[in-house]
Design a protein around this ligand. Structure first.
Ligand code: ADP
Length: 593
């Protein structure tokens, strides 16, 4: 995150407490200005300013730094570097490429004061203009394109706040700091544009307007897409008890969802949590192209040996990069795992600032910071004169201690996210995957999608979904009764509910992420399977109360056994499901003939 700036000797350190440094003589400095601490030039950011005393959050280990050491100002705010070359990168919380800092340190321990460029400044990119001399362009307009990876075309945009008439523009090979165009501003001054631009990480990037989220992010997960969908541009929360399948679920979403760009922010407490991601992500294959998923992914990794302040910054770095690709008109999915670690970093820094602690020691602004973060999700009309639409979907994992969602981080998150996938340790123990609990998960977006489902999938999609969910609720009540008085006490109607609910769980919701055919189910097929299961319930209603009906004859019909195999019918079309439902109807009607 280094802009070309001169370091200005400014203040002197008064006190050091862990990642927090207080320095005086800082009256010229600005809030959120980046500073270099001591002659070791440790990266820091001013997070509080009272008179000439600044509280500085330091992104590196502060051992050995003490009163009397100098603080240098840089005159710039903490910003993300945005340019071709972001994709495939693995960064730390302040956008230093991990491989560079590790190479510079020479071992796995990260040395201090290392200046690593977030973007390769030498690499040449082939830039193709899409505007010509004389065109009038405004902030956000696309000036040209660069094939960033085989999967993604990078749009080079006029930075926010700039605009004018294109005076020069060149096609050819350029590095990110070379001038590709000049604009004559309204006041006749000239703006030189390079591919690299900066944006302060704590501020949302501007957009023209937000759009109502009426389209689902399609993930291929049956439990997610049909039962608990999230909008393109939506915000979701996923609690992650250890071993419940959080990593597998997030990786499946990253692989299969219809977002073009993935940003994954890992805030690991224990070293191995992050190692898993760092080991596995680079090996994931994009199912559509067969290319490495990294070609459309950016990873931000906070390992346990990184200072707490970098963890605090990492979510902002990640979301700023995500917004930048959203602005190009892409659908971006951002996953933050786990935001509880981010909140803990906030708590630690707040404690060092000696702020008044709120609930469980978290600062009083935990809720507002959490809300500000999730509010950066959205589907937007991007800045610029064309009608570019991009979306940023944010999925935040929380790790409540003991799974208790009443704790402050979960509560703050649940207030601002509209989809909640409740991963359930019991289901995982019973090997029901994904372990998304169907009774207490929810999606407040579902009602937005009724039009989409009707037009794109089927007239009765919403009804089928509601029926299936209601059957599962009834099942849970009936199972209580069965536990008390046994199956014998149940009517045929109740037994039917239990049978059909079992099918919904086992033959629809259960989905093996490691089976290449089962891992992804298009929404059309999800509907086909669930419609068939719900048809059994509906058609059987017509016969179960007839005096000559025997329940065992229903479960013996061929279609009943066939339901378990519907998942494997990858080629089935709408007509095939219809034929299956017709057969089903005929078989059930024959039972009382
Ligand atoms: P967490 O990240 O919550 O600790 P993981 O995602 O690593 O948990 O999941 C733990 C284990 O559960 C996995 O190694 C895998 O065996 C199993 N698992 C989780 N989700 C699925 C799934 N959708 N399909 C099959 N197995 C799964």
């Amino acid at each position: 995150m280094t802009n070309e700036t001169k370091d200005i000797k400014a203040g002197v350190i008064e006190r050091v407490t862990g990642p927090l440094v207080r320095a005086n003589g800082m009256s010229e400095a600005k809030l959120y200005e980046v500073v270099k601490v001591s002659d070791e030039k440790l990266l820091g950011e001013i997070i509080e300013l009272h008179g000439d005393v600044a509280a500085i959050q330091v992104y590196e280990e502060t051992a050995g730094i003490g009163p009397g050491d100098v603080v240098y100002r840089t005159g710039r705010t903490m910003s993300a570097a945005l340019a071709p070359g972001l994709l495939e990168s693995i960064y730390d919380g302040v956008q230093r490429p991990l491989k560079d800092i590790q190479a510079a340190s020479g071992d796995c321990y990260i040395k201090r004061g290392i200046e690593a460029q977030p973007i390769d400044l030498e690499k040449k990119w082939s830039f193709k203009p899409t505007v010509k001399v004389g065109d009038k362009v405004q902030e956000g307009d696309v000036l040209g394109e660069v094939q960033e990876t085989t999967l993604i075309m990078h749009k080079v945009m006029v930075p926010p706040g700039e605009g004018g008439v294109v005076a020069t523009i060149q096609s050819g090979d350029f590095n990110v700091t070379e001038m590709i165009a000049t604009l004559t501003r309204d006041d006749d001054s000239v703006a030189s544009i390079a591919m690299l631009q900066y944006w302060p990480i704590r501020a949302a990037r501007p957009k023209t307007s937000k759009i109502f989220p009426a389209e689902p992010l399609r993930t291929g997960g049956r439990s997610i897409d049909t039962f608990f969908p999230i909008a393109k541009g939506g915000a979701g929360c996923i609690p992650g008890p250890f071993g419940a399948g959080k990593t597998v679920t997030q990786q499946s979403i990253a692989k299969f969802c219809d977002a073009e760009i993935i940003v994954y922010i890992g805030c690991g407490e224990r070293g191995n949590e992050m190692t898993e991601v760092l080991d596995e992500f680079p090996h994931l294959i994009d199912p559509n192209s067969g290319e490495p998923l990294m070609k459309r992914t950016i990873l931000i990794a906070n390992t346990s040996n990184m200072p707490v302040a970098a963890r605090e910054a990492s979510v902002y770095t990640g979301i700023t990069i995500a917004e930048y690709y959203r602005d190009m008109g892409y659908n971006v999915a951002l996953m933050a795992d786990s935001t509880s670690r981010w909140a803990e970093a906030m708590r630690e820094i707040s404690g060092r600032l000696e702020e008044m602690p709120g609930e469980e020691g978290y600062p009083a602004y935990l809720s507002s910071r959490t809300a500000e973060f999730y509010e950066r999700a959205g589907i937007v009309k991007a800045l610029g004169s064309d009608d570019r639409v991009g979306s940023l979907t944010v999925i935040g994992a929380v790790s409540p201690p003991g799974g208790d969602l009443s704790e402050p981080v979960s509560q703050a998150t649940l207030r601002v996210t509209k989809t909640f996938w409740s991963l359930d340790a019991d289901l995982a123990y019973k090997k029901h995957f994904p372990s998304i609990n169907w009774l207490n998960s929810y999606s407040l977006y579902a009602q937005n999608f009724e039009g989409y489902w009707k037009e794109q999938i089927a007239e009765d999609f919403a009804e089928v979904r509601t029926t299936a969910m209601t059957l599962l609720e009834k099942e849970s009540k009936l199972l209580e009764i069965v536990r008390l008085v046994g199956m014998e006490s149940l009517s045929n109607g109740d037994r039917l509910i239990l049978e059909v609910a079992r099918m919904i769980r086992e033959d629809f919701l259960f989905q093996n992420a490691f089976d290449k055919d089962d891992a992804y189910t298009p929404l059309e097929r999800q509907y086909g399977i669930l419609r068939s299961i719900v048809s059994i319930f509906e058609v059987a209603q017509e016969v179960i109360d007839q005096p000559e009906f025997e329940f065992a004859t229903l479960t013996a019909i061929p279609s009943f056994a066939e339901i378990a195999r519907l998942k494997d019918k990858l080629q089935w079309t709408k007509d095939d499901y219809q034929k299956f439902q017709d057969t089903l109807r005929a078989e059930i009607s024959a039972l009382i003939a």
